[in-house]
Design a protein around this ligand. Structure first.
Ligand code: CP
Length: 336
């Protein structure tokens, strides 16, 4: 299986940088915590190869023709759901869309029964977003399909982590030795966790910044720096990744007021002016403009926010391609 025409370099067999002998073997992508540097770089190399498809007049390659992907979303999404759909379509796969609120989950059907019934229709890949940490891992235990975690509770959002790291590498030319500051609601953020695992595996230094209530000190034991002073943390930052306050996951009031949060942790033009001139400003979206990020910073010259979204397509094409290729090779294959 190759991602493009026969004249193209097969992404699944291309060198990932570390060496030509590397072979991708995972049929699930559940998180970045257990991915090696070699695997991360291999996904990036595959994504770089696949980017070309999106520049063609007919933006399609037959790499996953005949395969069926299912968006199994139990939480709302704009970017992740749409870019997985488009990524699958670019590789000529068929896509089924499931939304919990319009499904038989509302009648009491369990996740397991939902998965087993959809699987019985002859599908190949589940892309799962679920409010419970570990839900995609559970599905991977009992399903013959590939499973991609599209965000599980406060645990991981691996493709968003890959997108962010890929974008940093594209803009800065490297990851090793960079100072990456991640600001905001770290406690509830699966994006923060996936970024942390991937960035540190590739040699970046990660500093988490936010109110004491939203930055768990446990991250220090894992090698992160913790700060509650954004101005201080920005002094040597190469990248600042701003996160949304996830009020939907909070059970109590974690800071006195939005005004105080903006004063201490909002990224404004004035604050940015004191950072390195080439600092990269990131946000995984959705943005609460005027809270974590001022509008003129979100849309300003340092911002890579829309580039992150564009890169999401290539990263998700790469992940879909690699897990399906591994599933074909280990004989698990599609049912039927
Ligand atoms: N970044 C992200 O996961 O966005 P969505 O919730 O819109 O998918």
């Amino acid at each position: 299986m190759t991602p493009g025409s026969s004249a193209e370099k097969p992404a699944g067999t291309a060198s990932a940088g570390p060496g030509n002998s590397f072979v991708w073997t995972r049929r699930h992508l559940l998180g970045l915590e257990d991915l090696s540097a070699e695997e991360l770089l291999y996904i990036f190399r595959t994504a770089e190869n696949l980017q070309e498809i999106s520049t063609r007049s007919v933006k399609k390659a037959p790499a996953l023709r005949g395969r069926v992907m299912v968006n199994l979303f139990f939480e709302d999404s704009t970017r992740t759901r749409m870019s997985f759909t488009l990524a699958a379509q670019r590789l000529a796969a068929d896509v089924l869309d499931f939304s919990a609120a319009r499904s038989s989950v509302t009648k009491g059907e369990s996740l397991r029964d939902t998965v087993r019934n959809i699987e019985a229709m002859g599908v190949d890949t589940f892309i799962i977003r679920h409010p419970a940490a570990g839900a995609p891992h559970a599905v991977a235990q009992y399903s013959r399909c590939c499973v991609i975690n599209a965000g599980d509770g406060q645990h991981e959002h691996p493709t968003q982590g890959l997108i962010d790291i890929f974008t940093i590498r594209e803009r800065k030319g490297r990851i090793e030795g960079l100072n990456v500051v991640i600001v905001g609601d770290i406690a509830h953020s699966r994006v923060a966790r996936s970024n942390f695992w991937g960035l540190t595996r590739l040699g970046a230094r990660v500093t988490f910044v936010g109110p004491t209530t939203l930055v768990p000190r446990a991250f220090e034991r894992l090698g992160a720096r913790i700060s509650h002073d954004l101005d201080e943390a920005l002094k040597d930052a190469d990248v600042v990744n701003m996160l949304r306050i996830q009020r939907e996951r909070m059970t109590s009031q974690e800071f006195p007021s939005t005004e105080e949060y903006v004063r201490l942790f909002g990224l404004t033009r004035e604050r940015l002016a004191r950072a390195k001139p080439d600092i990269l400003v990131m946000h995984p979206g959705p943005i609460n403009r005027g809270v974590e990020l001022a509008s003129d910073v979100a849309d300003g010259p340092n911002s890579s926010i829309l580039r992150q979204v564009s890169n999401g397509l290539a990263i998700r094409m790469a992940v879909l391609f690699l897990v399906n290729q591994a599933n074909s090779q280990d004989g698990a294959g599609p049912p039927g």
